[in-house]
Design a protein around this ligand. Sequence first.
Ligand code: N01
Length: 857
Amino acid sequence: MDNNGSQKKDFDVITVGAGMAGLYMLHKLRAQGFSAIGLEAGDDVGGTWYWNRYPGARCDIESLDYSYSFDPELEKVWQWSERYATQPEILRYLQFVADRYDLRRDIRFSSKVERADWDDSTSKWRITTANGDSLTCQYYVMATGCLSLPKEPDVKGVERFTGQTYFTNRWPHEGVDFTDMRVAVIGTGSSGIQSIPLIAEQASQLTVFQRTANYAAPANNGPVRPEHREKLNADREAYREEGRWSRAGVPLPRSEEPYSSVNLEERQRRLEAGFAQGDLLTINSSFSDLVTNAAANESVQDFFRDKVRAKVTDPKTAEDLCAKDFPLFTKRLCLETNYFKTFNLPHTKLVNLRRTPIASITETGIDTTDESMEFDAIVFATGFDAMTGAIVAVDIRGRDGISLKDVWEEGPKTYLGLNVHGFPNFFTITGPGSPSVLSNMVVSIEQHVNWLTAAFEHLRKEGFQTIEATSAAQDGWITHVNDFANLTLYPVANSWYMGANVPGKPRVFLPYIGGVDTYRQACNEVVEQDYLGFEQCGTSGSRCNEGVIRFVKPDVQMVLDAIAGLEQPPLDTLSPIQAREQIEANTANRAPGPEVGEVLDGSLPGPAGSLNYRLYRPATAGPHPIVVYYHGGGWVLGHASSDDPFCRYLCTQANALVISVNYRHAPETRFPAAVEDAFEALNWIGNNAESLGGAPNKLSVAGWSAGGNLATVMCQLALKQGGPNINGQLLVCPVTDCDFSTASYNENAEGYILTRNLMEWFWNQYCKAEDRKDPRASPLRAESLVDLPPAMVVTAELDPLRDEGNAYAAALQNAGVIVEHIQAPGQIHTSLTAVDMVTSANDVRQAMSDAVRAFAK
Ligand code: N01
C-alpha cells in the first residue's frame, strides 16, 4: 500500500529525513513488516547530497567505502566512477537506491516536521508538519543528519547586500554561473576548500575571507583505486565486516606505536606516505597518539604547514593559509584539490580576518577594518549548527510535555546517541553521543538502523509498547562520552564538534570518539543484557535491567586490555619470587613520571639491618615538608623505587620532599616486620629531617595499598608511643582490614588487576591468620582512632579494597579526625597511582597533592 499521499494517518514508525539514513530505515522497516512513512522537507531524496550542490562538492571518504553494504547485489550493480564521487553522482546513487527498493511511495516530500508530541495515554507520538499534516506513530525516528541545519550567517550587514548571495549548503538546483563576476567567499572549512578552486575557474575576481586557516591533505582524486576495488571484490563481506569493526568505519590498519617511539626517518616516511595516499585517515592511523599527545600533534602540524608553504608562492599568503590555531584533526581534516594553488592565481586574493576583520557587509560588497571591496556575489561557506541543530529545530515534547530543547540546553543528553530519557520511543540516527561524524557515516547509519529495527522487532515479540533510556544509564553514557573526549586534544579546538561555531551553543563535545568498533560492542552488549539501561513497558507490565554499560574509565580499560593482551599467569599462581620478576618486567618500560629537582638513593638503619630509601627533592628552594612514603605491593612485592612515577608526582605537585622507604617483605619476613621497619624509618627521618633538607615539624605519611596500610598504622603507633609528630596521612586504596566479606570484594573479585584471590595470597604471605585482627595489620580494628592526624583517604570504585577504605574514612570521621574522602568512579586499585598512563585520574591526583600541601600548613 502506498503511504505517500494516502489518507493513512497512523504508522508503526515515522522517520524524518530521506537521506542515507532515512532511506535505509524505510527499506529495513518495510522488510520487517512495520508500517512506516518518511517525511522529508526537500522535494526529493538525498539529504545532505540533495542540499549541498555547490561546485566541487564531493565525499571525503572513498566512495567504495561511502556506500551501503546491506545488499551485495546493490554493490555489484552500482559502480563508482571516481575515488571521491561528486555530489551529482552520489545524489544519483541515492535516487537509484530509492527507485531500486521502491522507497518513494513511502515518503512524503515537501513535508517539514515542526512538532512532535508524546501522548502517554496512547503511547504514541503525534507528528505535525508545516503543511498541516498530523500523523501518529509508535516510534518516531529523526534521521535528519548531523550537518543539515545551516548556521545563521553571523556577519554584520548581511541583509544589506544587493548582489547575489549563495549558501554552499542551500545551493540553487540549476547551478550558478560566476563568469565575469567578482565573487567573495566567506569560510574556509571543507565546503569553502572544495568550492573555492572551482569558483576561481569562472570568476573574474575571487576574494576569500578566512577567519581560521584549516589543515588540508591532497585528495589525489581519480578513478577508483584498482587495489581498493580488488580488495573489496575479493571478499565483500569480510571487507565490510572489517570496516564495521574498525576505528572510523573504514578498513585500515592502525599503528599501536606512539609518535615518539618511531625514529625520525620512519616518521617522515609514514607522513609522506599518508599524505600521498590522499585521505583523511591514513596519517592519523600511522601513529597511536596523534590526537592525545600535544607534542606529537604539533610536530605533524609542522609537516602540514610546510606542505602549504611549498605550494603557495607568496610567502605572506602561504603563512596566512597555514593552520595554527588548533591541533591537527581536532577540526575535521579537509581534502583539497588545487585549493592552495588557487591562491597563486593573479585574480585570487586572501583576506585574513584575524588581521582585518569584516566591519560590515554593505549594499555593494564587504568592508573590512582595512578596506572596502565591491562584489557581484557573496558565497557563504559558513557551516552548520551541527549534530543537534536539526533535531531541536523540531519542537519535540516528551513525557509531561518536556521540551527536548530545554533538556538539551546545556548540551545534548542521550543514551548511546540513540534515545533520550523522558522521550520514550524517540530515536536519533547518528545522534550526539555516537561516533557519527567521526566515522564513515554510512557504516554508522547502517549500524543504527540495524540496531533500531532489531529493537522494534524485539519489543513486538515481547509485547512491549515503549522503550526508554533510564536516567542512570544515560548519565553513565554521557560521562563515558566525555571521559573519552577528555583523553584527547579535541576539546581544545573551537570546532563544530564542540558546538563552538554557533554563538551561544553550549561547549560540549558532541560525537563519541571511542571508535566505531568500541561503540558497536557497547550497543551489542546493551542488547545482550536485555536492553541494559532501557525501560521496556507494555500493557502486561514492564521490565528494566538497570545499569551503566561502560563504567570503567576508558584509559583504565586500555590498561586492562593491554595487560590482558600479555596473557600472563595470575600473580597468585606464582611463587613470590616469580611474581616479583613478572611485576618488574611489566613496569620496566613504564612512563617515568615528572622531572624532579633531585633523586637520591640512600639507606637508613632499620631494626634488623639497613633499609634502602629513595629521596625525591623538588627543584624549588627548600627546606621542604617531608612525606614518608610506603610503597604498595601487598607486603610481598615492590621496593623503595617501585612507585617512582607517583612519588615524583607528589614531589612536584605538593612541593614536598618525598622519601620512599623500603621495608622487609613477606614471606621471607612476616608481620610485624614491615611495621617495625616502617616505624623505625619514620623515626629516623623525623630525627634527621633537617640534614635531609626537610622542614622541621612538617612530617606527613603517605602510602598506596599495603603502603597505605603501613602509613596509617604509623599514625596509630606514633600517637601511642608519643612521637614523631605526624601532620597528615594520605591513604591511597589502603588495606585497612582482613575481612573478605565486603560488597567490594564480591563485586570486584576479578577483572581489575587486584583480585580477591591475589589479596588472599598477599595476606597469606604476610600474616598468620591469628595475627590479622591486630590493629597493626588491620588498622580499622584499632580501639580508637581519636586524635589521629588529618587524613585524605582515596578509594577506587572498582577495587576489592574499596569498602574497607571507605569504612576507614568513615571511622576516622566518627572519631573526630579531619578527613577528606574521595571514592574515584571508574578507577581500579592500580590506576590512581599510574601517573601519565591513566590521565582520567588527574583530578583525584591533584586533590591528593593539594591535601599533602595542606598537611604542611
Ligand atoms: O563548515 P565549517 P563546512 N565570519 O564549519 C567560517 C562536512 N563537509 O560547511 O573556523 C567569518 O567547517 C569558519 O571560520 P571559523 C565536514 O564534516 C564534508 O565547510 O569559525 N568566517 C569556517 O572557516 C565539515 O567539517 C564535505 O573561524 C566564518 C567556515 O566558515 C562539515 O561538513 C564537504 C563565520 C565554516 O566551516 C562542515 O563544513 C563539506 C563568520 N561569521 C562539508 N562563520 C565532504 O568533503 C563561519 N565562518 C564530504
